[in-house]
Design a protein around this ligand. Sequence first.
Ligand code: B12
Ligand code: SF4
Length: 476
Amino acid sequence: MRILFIVEKIEFEPLGILQLSSILKRAGHDVKLVIAADENPVAVAKSYQPRVVGYTAFTGTQHFYLQVNRRIKEEVPGVFSVFGGPHPTFFPEMIEETGVDGICLGEGEDALPDLVTALDASADHTAIPNWWFKVDGRVVQNDLRPLIADLDALPFLDRALLYDIHPISRHAKNRPMIMGRGCPFNCSYCFNHAYFELYKGKGKRIRQRSVDNVIEEYAQLQAQYPFSFVIFTDDTFIVSREWLREFAGKWPAAGGAPFHAQVRANLVNDEITELLVQAGCQAVGMGVESGNDYLRNEVLNRNLSREQITRAAGILNQHRLALITTTMLGLPKGSLATDLESLELNVACRPAYAATYLYQPYPRTRLGEFTKSEGLLEGSFDDIIPSAVQKSVLKFASPQEKHRIEHLQNWFAIGVEWPALVPLIRQIIKLPKNPVSWLAYKLWKGYALRRRIHPYPMTVKEFTDTVRQFMAIDTH
Ligand code: B12
Ligand code: SF4
């Protein structure tokens, strides 16, 4: 059967779709991907005539996909449209939208092939676990199946699906990989607690692939599409010391490339950091999120002291790992003053780059629902935009305060690098947002990423491609 996936643009590899594609192809199906920024998805759908069209939606990106889908449903009679990913998982009410036939909640590896098989056989599909369907104008809600216990049993991602149509990704020097799924913490703004609420009693919260399986995928990928740097996208790479110890022994021996991984301050110590260095880690991401103790611990439920954060940053810096901190501005119950406290805490961490985002209240997360119920949300969850760097959807003490918080996002990392500029930045952010602020943000970020975080050699062509791709990113 023919299945067509559609993505709006490529800012990062669409890992969920690549995973689903490898499974569908293994079952003998024909799969195609179209990047709407490069090709008209409606025209491709008309010529390819898929039986199923599928989309991954993050909160904020669903509007684009719903619109494309409505056009495809008009032009390709009989096509079955399905949505998966975080937004449908936490907002399955999306099934009510015109043109949506099915919503997949949670993991799609078994759910999608089961649906495709049923459609192929013209059998009843309406009771398949993980799916909500619209049947004769009525919504059918099925329960979730257990989480996949053995991630090693999954086929490797179908990178060719993307690389065959997107040369920039094919020739990229860095590639994302995933070593496992799940995070044991319960930060109120993050999807993890909500995800495991949904999956309660249906499997282990933390699942890791075996080290050998990760290395095998790496070796295949390196042989087919040579590259220099791995970005492990896992929420918390250092969740298991035993796994990390085995990885630190085997990855360098297997010729593993230098890599980036996510850590959490309370898990960072000398032993873990030495293992990361031994493995070849060059850059780490670590959440600071807020410099205000009340916001960080009561509102965000981070359960982390200021000292834990600066201590962890000190250890990572001492081991010469390039540290990227992440911080959310514009938090519910926060203000410009608390965001400036966050800047101060970042200064104390001395990061190679201080990444900042404007807080977005995602549906079904504890903080998202709190933001809504406290009346702090302007409009509804539907008003969230794909970008976490342009506009906040929260209400603040005054429109001026909100504007300054949004504008501070552009200057935050510069203030962390050169704290002496903070008094000037406090004045700049009173001005309307402008192209100079955006350019300053992009240039400093680009410089820090290139020189401090991903300093591998590039040809002029690779460099210009990377710059072009980077300047076009407007979501993060
Ligand atoms: C890597 C990552 C990124 C990467 C790459 C994203 C990408 N395009 O793949 C980058 C850094 C670019 C990124 C950016 C953003 N991200 Co992000 N990201 C992640 C992260 C850490 C891993 C995602 C991943 O690759 N998982 C592995 C794959 C295999 O799983 P999956 O994508 O979930 O897919 C599975 C299922 O969802 C399902 N499925 C997925 N698609 C489909 C489609 C169909 C048809 C079906 C049937 C099933 C299905 O089946 C798949 C296999 O089980 C997650 C957190 C997490 N641990 O999941 C956050 C997460 C997904 N990101 C999130 C957000 C909000 C964003 C941003 C919107 C932030 C921002 N505003 O900048 C942007 C959006 C970028 C965009 N426009 O696409 C949120 C989503 C919350 C929400 N309600 O939408 C998450 C959950 C983190 C969080 N804050 O809680 N992200
Ligand atoms: S540590 Fe990170 S991934 Fe884990 S729950 Fe908190 S924010 Fe989410």
